[in-house]
Write a protein that binds this ligand. Structure first.
Ligand code: ADP
Ligand code: ADP
Ligand code: MG
Length: 471
């Protein structure tokens, strides 16, 4: 088993990894940059080292991080998500220094991180991919020609993209002409690569993804699916496991497809295969070669500790489970509580948390790095807390989600929590009937009152009026 792991990340996922290490008797090493000095991952890890004043550079410096891991006697590095997690050079550097990279081999990170290469590998393996370009687009002329062939609407996407950025839908040649340079400039700024490709836009699809685990002995299993269709601007807000909108046959088919995809590229460790579903059609979209933000809901329904499995796999151990051991029970929801103001176009709302009361009770899990008095730095992700609820039935999990969101008190910043309560009230959501158009089609859900219990207050006023008017 591993003895000491450096966690090349921050925030809630770093804390999540520290927890897995602690339960397995593995020593944990945190890194931080000065704006993060008071981060919970720094307090919670067994050791912590500063990587300088710049908020980001230290977290993005492969050589410095790998050297620190060597100097501090670590035998592995967990990259978390974001930052260097899908950086093939980082994985390669680990391999060269004899440090276990907790993820797949660097060539697989490379192949799957490049979305056009991933599409080609999947096509070769007989996995149905979203129709689109064979490789990257050379120029706008090629884009216009291809769009004519596959038919509008189309998506122009950054080849190295992630986090929902660098993706634009184009409904006409005029739009494509206008958006094409924008995607290139966004991709260059965000991902340091000007490469873009094209996909047919699947209209109002469901985003269904499958959690995979693969060990170094050739065993590959899936842990069923997550439904991440509740998105805003291609970014996930609420995730659900299992999807309330799959038949058992679809579930079996898509799970097997994901296993085949992982096997085809010699995948190792935890990963996620993302698909778009339209009616009965399934299209491979991308593979994320890392732990995902929403791995929590799969843990809730299967009982498998995914980060623990990641550490075991990196130590060369076989998977703890065979496919037939994996069962799921009930439903889980994850709410990404973002420090944003939904009423102001989701503008980031960083600052000091004056009061935080954690939600609790049956079936509730919170993954976060915030605490009362903590100041959310403006340099990183706006996601500040993951609230996960589990219950036996769909109706119960919705009720539990509402109750837990209500339990939570997070003062000092604006968050998306109240907005999520409106989504839980919507009849289509409650009926388990939604796709990626749900959020943009329901702008009225943003018109909620920011008073905590408007209905209770209204009732009290009505009762007072009634008492005074002698009804
Ligand atoms: P998940 O795929 O786990 O659902 P997200 O797509 O929301 O997660 O991404 C999680 C975090 O990782 C976000 O902070 C996002 O900006 C970052 N991220 C994801 N992919 C990339 C990438 N290719 N380059 C840089 N950051 C990324
Ligand atoms: P990222 O790497 O940023 O996660 P993805 O390729 O996974 O990017 O796409 C993110 C989201 O964008 C999807 O969940 C979906 O809602 C939307 N999307 C991407 N490609 C398409 C497409 N071809 N048709 C329709 N929607 C798409
Ligand atoms: Mg994705």
């Amino acid at each position: 088993m591993l003895k000491k792991v450096l966690i090349a990340n921050r925030g809630e996922i770093a804390v999540r990894i520290v927890r897995a290490c602690a339960e397995m008797g593995i020593r944990s090493v945190a890194i931080y940059t000065e704006p993060d000095r008071y981060g919970l991952h720094v307090k919670r890890a067994d050791e912590a080292y500063s990587l300088g004043d710049d908020p980001l550079e230290g977290y993005l410096d492969p050589a410095r991080i790998v050297n620190l891991a060597v100097e501090t006697g670590c035998d592995a590095i967990h990259p978390g998500y974001g930052f260097l997690s899908e950086n093939a050079n980082f994985a390669r550097l680990c391999e060269q220094k004899g440090m276990a990279f907790i993820g797949p081999k660097s060539d697989v990170v490379h192949k799957m991180g490049d979305k056009t290469q991933a599409r080609n590998s999947m096509r070769a393996a007989g996995i149905p991919i979203t129709p689109g370009s064979d490789g990257n687009l050379a120029d706008l002329d090629e884009a216009l020609k291809l769009a004519n062939e596959i038919g509008y609407p189309v998506m122009v996407k950054a080849t190295s993209g992630g986090g929902g950025r660098g993706i634009r839908r184009c409904d006409t040649p005029q739009e494509l002409t206008a958006q094409y340079p924008r995607v290139i400039s966004e991709a260059t700024k965000a991902f340091g690569s000007a490469e873009v490709f094209m996909e047919k836009c699947i209209v109002n699809p469901r985003h269904i993804e499958v959690q995979i685990l693969a060990d170094s002995h050739g065993n590959v299993i899936h842990l069923f699916e997550r439904d991440c269709s509740i998105q805003r601007r291609n970014q996930k807000l609420i995730e659900i496991a299992p999807s309330p909108q799959l038949t058992p046959e679809q579930r079996q088919y898509i799970g097997a497809l994901a296993v085949r995809a992982a096997e085809a590229v010699g995948y190792e460790n935890a990963g996620t295969v993302e698909f778009l579903l339209a009616g009965n059609e399934v299209h491979f979209m991308e593979m994320n070669t890392r732990v995902q933000v929403e791995h929590t809901i799969t843990e809730a329904i299967t009982g498998v500790d995914i980060v623990r499995e990641q550490l075991r796999i990196a130590a060369g151990l076989p998977l703890s489970y065979r496919q037939e051991d994996i069962q799921f029970r009930g439903y889980a929801l994850q709410f990404r509580i973002n420090a944003e103001d939904p009423k102001n176009d989701f503008l980031p709302s960083f600052g000091r948390i004056t009061h935080y009361y954690a939600p609790g009770g049956p079936g509730v899990r919170v993954d976060t790095a915030i605490y009362t008095g903590y100041e959310i730095p403006p340099y990183y992700d706006s996601m500040c807390l993951k609230l996960v609820v589990w219950a036996l039935t769909w109706d119960e999990v919705i009720a539990r989600g509402k109750r837990a969101l209500d339990d939570m008190r997070l003062h000092g910043i604006k968050t998306t929590a109240q907005y999520y309560q409106q989504i839980l009230e919507h009849p289509d959501f409650r009926a388990g009937n939604f796709d990626t158009s749900f959020v943009p089609s329901h702008p009225e859900l943003l018109k909620y009152s920011t008073k905590r219990h408007p209905s209770a207050i209204a009732l009290a006023i009505a009762a007072t009026i009634a008492a005074h008017s002698g009804w």
